[in-house]
Design a protein around this ligand. Structure first.
Ligand code: IPD
Length: 318
């Protein structure tokens, strides 16, 4: 049986769903015990004080990694905390699980309930299985390539049938994030882009969108799941990582949405390289042409922001 035979996909999907539920229970227990005054999540800081990590992030990643290696010893693993510890990032054609134990760590610390465990699987480098579980709101998003995307395993995504028409960026609800790079250059560029998304079109700002509004959940994975639901029209972020998006990209694609590179280069319809750190997602619509029109309007607003991959002891191969 090949790795991407339908039986295998179902097996991987069922496995990832159970794993996300079990990992989610650990996250929920940590939040509950902190709220009840009995928890002791020590807040650790990475070098960057806006890129937080807790003991729970590390414990949940270890839990997931152990279960994965026990079940699929021959598979590869890329995880946020494993990367942070300096391990080599190796991306090959082998089945590779890409995991964020807690996407929305800042929310987790504050008790803001947009927190998710994100478990993705690539086969031949193609994102193929995606499971994102928010244990605080009990929302589980899942998808396997070619089999559709679901909320809580029963409700097909998007939520709107048929999807609402996508007419113009001025009618869109756009999700974006501050991200963890708070250098003046990056924050100025992001704020300028948000300014252009919101303000009226004029001679001075010919590409301004006057969009319906801006939303930010604090979780890249959940922003993408909101695109899959169809309740967010557009999500753009520069600076997040493959573990934030690998699972949710499958969920968006299987809901009929697209995810392309979120830079200001020429528009192309190629699925995004998950390692590019710049993502632009457009929700499902009745035709690809209207999705690309919205993407092209967004590209007129997107500034040049660099999001390099910092040197790590283990290095990269992808
Ligand atoms: C972060 C969240 C946030 C995004 C950051 C990510 P984390 O992930 O997805 O929304 O803006 O770029 O790093 O650190 O909570 O796993």
């Amino acid at each position: 049986m090949s790795d991407n035979s339908q039986d295998r996909l179902q097996e991987y999907l069922d496995f990832a769903i159970q794993l996300a539920k079990d990992a989610g229970a650990l996250i929920k227990a940590a939040v509950d015990s902190r709220m009840a005054g009995s928890g002791s999540n020590i807040e650790l800081k990475k070098e960057n004080p806006t890129d937080l990590v807790t003991e729970t992030d590390k414990a949940v990643e270890e839990f997931i990694k152990e279960r994965l290696y026990k079940t699929y010893p021959e598979h590869k693993f890329i995880g946020e905390e494993t990367f942070a510890s300096g391990a080599k990032t190796e991306f090959t054609n082998d089945p590779t699980w890409i995991v964020d134990p807690i996407d929305g760590t800042t929310n987790f610390i504050h008790g803001y309930p947009f927190v998710a465990v994100s478990i993705g699987l690539t086969l031949n480098k193609i994102p193929t299985i995606g499971v994102v579980f928010n244990p605080l709101l009990n929302e589980l998003y899942s998808a396997a390539r070619g089999q559709g995307a679901y909320l809580n395993q029963t409700q097909r995504l998007p939520l709107f049938h048929p999807p609402q028409p996508l007419t113009d960026l001025s009618h869109c609800l756009i999700a974006t994030e501050a991200g963890s790079d708070r250098s003046k250059q990056v924050i100025d560029a992001k704020i300028a882009a948000i300014h252009d998304m919101l303000r009226k079109r004029s001679k001075e700002s010919p590409y301004a969108a006057e969009a319906h509004s801006i939303r930010t959940t604090g979780s890249a994975a959940l922003n993408l799941c909101n695109v899959a639901k169809g309740i967010i029209d557009v999500y753009w972020e520069v600076g997040c990582w493959e573990w934030d998006v690998a699972a949710a990209i499958v969920i968006v694609q299987e809901s009929g949405g697209i995810v392309i590179e979120g830079d200001n280069d020429k528009l192309n319809n190629e699925p995004v390289n998950i390692f590019c750190r710049k993502y632009l997602a457009i929700r499902a619509a009745s035709d690809n042409k209207s999705q690309l029109e919205i993407a092209s309007q967004m590209k007129n607003l997107i500034p040049n922001i660099s999001a390099p991959r910092p040197p790590v002891p283990g290095g990269y191969s992808y």
